[in-house]
Design a protein around this ligand. Sequence first.
Ligand SMILES: [Zn+2]
Ligand SMILES: [Zn+2]
Length: 332
Amino acid sequence: MTTSPDLLKSPDEPPMPSATLGGESKRSIEQVALLLFITVPFVALLAAVPLAWGWGVSWLDLGLLVFMYYLGCHGVTIGFHRYFTHGSFKAKRPLRIALAVAGSMAVEGPLVRWVADHRRHHKFSDAQGDPHSPWRFGETLPALLKGLWWAHIAWMFDEEQTSQEKYAPDLLADPAIRRISRDFVFWTALSLAIPPLVGGLVTMSWWGAFTAFFWGSLVRVALLHHVTWSINSICHAVGKRPFKSRDRSGNVWWLAVLSCGESWHNLHHADPTSARHGVMRGQIDSSARIIRWCEQLGLAHDVRWPSAARIDSKRNEDGGRSRRKEKAAEAA
Ligand SMILES: [Zn+2]
Ligand SMILES: [Zn+2]
């Protein structure tokens, strides 16, 4: 199902260097950093609504928010996800590096850790071993509510971390990628510094720098976090299931634009290496569009575009019944 290389190393080989912030031994520092990265932008997002009435939002702040949002979002969806995790296309070296950097600007943790977690998610999707299934605690309503919270945020604080050596040896073998992954704090600082720098220089004022930081850095990061995490929580709990997958992934149309096409999540689990997730008529998938542009520019090649026959072969005969009904049918 997934491209995850299952290359377990023999015990006598030297350990590969970790590409996670602080290495394996300083997990508590990472936990604190994670807590700050999650809570501070979220508080900013909560504060944004009342403040927006008082200050108004300048076009510059809004422009910075939208630009930085889609830079990081596409860095994650095209880079971290479709390219590094699933290998849905091959990239020339400059594009490979650019995607690693752009994705790191989304402040979603070090690249190699992101990829290792996501490969494990596909290997065990919605079964034991999945790092973030909303069905972890059961199928009753309280269990699902608890599970949604787990899939959205709480899983990241889990002590049990995915082995990078087991799940992402291909990335650890590339020194440049390992370095970009380990310099996660630098990319975070840069990502947060660009909006106030631009805002301050354009308006030539500290206030301009401050409002640009608020909207372009804090609110933007919070919004992107919640949209990304919604793919793990919402898209594994609700949505249409027109394609065959052994988990509960669903296609959620109202998240398509904000998630850069990633909320066509049922197709993604049915065909994980496909470069296009929104394969049906009218399904917006900006990530697929940009991959196409990169292909036309000669930066990407061997793109796994799904053929009509392949898409048809993945369809559910019943047009997307719920998993519960499927199970009932299996039991009958
Ligand atoms: Zn999923
Ligand atoms: Zn995936």
